[in-house]
Design a protein around this ligand. Structure first.
Ligand code: B16
Ligand code: MG
Length: 213
């Protein structure tokens, strides 16, 4: 039995990964740069704000001031999309699963690359479910570095081998494995490299479905 289960936020507990894509797409359109959904899944999913922008503008010349402005602009577009979120946008099965884990005496934490993590959790009315929240303001090195998952394990006082991490992005699966945890991937198996388990989504999932021998 694990002592903690550490969830990614965007794309796992709510479909904000689609909003991130829409906001980046808006910015790319402004700049006359192409960006497809496939590129988003392969290169941007779960990746931090600056790294995502660097991928989109690769091969183009921009000053640091312009880069800062574009990151702010994307965040404005993203805010416009998350402003009206409600608890209805928690993925089906999400709340029941969190409650089952908590009543089994297992700690639950968040490891999200997003600086908007607390805002989204508040909109979803999920904040009080978590024993620890590690977000994009906590660590310098983003996923696939293990840092955010290690930090989250520390917040709930659990050794990393006793944690399970849950992620929708391959960068996140690499971060979980590098942190020495068991990795559960949410999404199509073709997206991931080396998770311990893959589930298509969180619907009707129980604690036993997350367990890895
Ligand atoms: P922000 P997660 C990640 O959150 C998103 O998946 C990714 O698309 C986004 O670029 C990153 O957070 C940074 O977000 O611009 O809001 O700081 O999947 O780790 O919960
Ligand atoms: Mg994610």
């Amino acid at each position: 039995q694990p002592q903690a289960i550490i969830f990614d936020l965007d794309g796992v507990l709510t479909d904000t990964s689609e909003y991130h894509y829409q906001a980046w797409k808006h910015l790319a359109d402004d700049e006359g740069i192409s960006l497809t959904h496939e590129e988003n899944d392969e290169h941007l999913r779960g990746v931090g704000r600056r790294e995502s922008l660097m991928y989109i503008i690769r091969g183009h010349q921009y000053s640091e001031d312009q880069i800062q402005e574009m990151m702010e602009r994307k965040n404005r577009y993203y805010h416009a999309l998350i402003e009206r979120m409600t608890p209805k946008e928690i993925v089906p099965g999400g709340v029941a699963l969190l409650e089952e884990i908590k009543s089994a005496g297992i700690k639950v934490a968040i490891a999200s690359a997003s600086k908007n993590c607390r805002l989204v959790l508040d909109r979803l009315q999920l904040t009080s479910y978590f024993d620890g929240i590690a977000d994009g303001n906590c660590v310098v090195n983003g996923k696939p570095a293990p840092d955010i998952f290690v930090y989250a394990a520390g917040l709930v006082n659990v050794f990393t081998p006793n944690c399970i991490g849950v992620e929708d992005a391959d960068a996140g699966i690499q971060a979980i494995k590098a942190a020495g945890m068991k990795a559960v991937a949410i999404g199509p198996a073709s997206r991931f490299h080396g998770p311990d388990k893959v589930l298509p989504n969180m619907e009707n999932k129980h604690l036993k479905d997350l367990l890895v021998e």
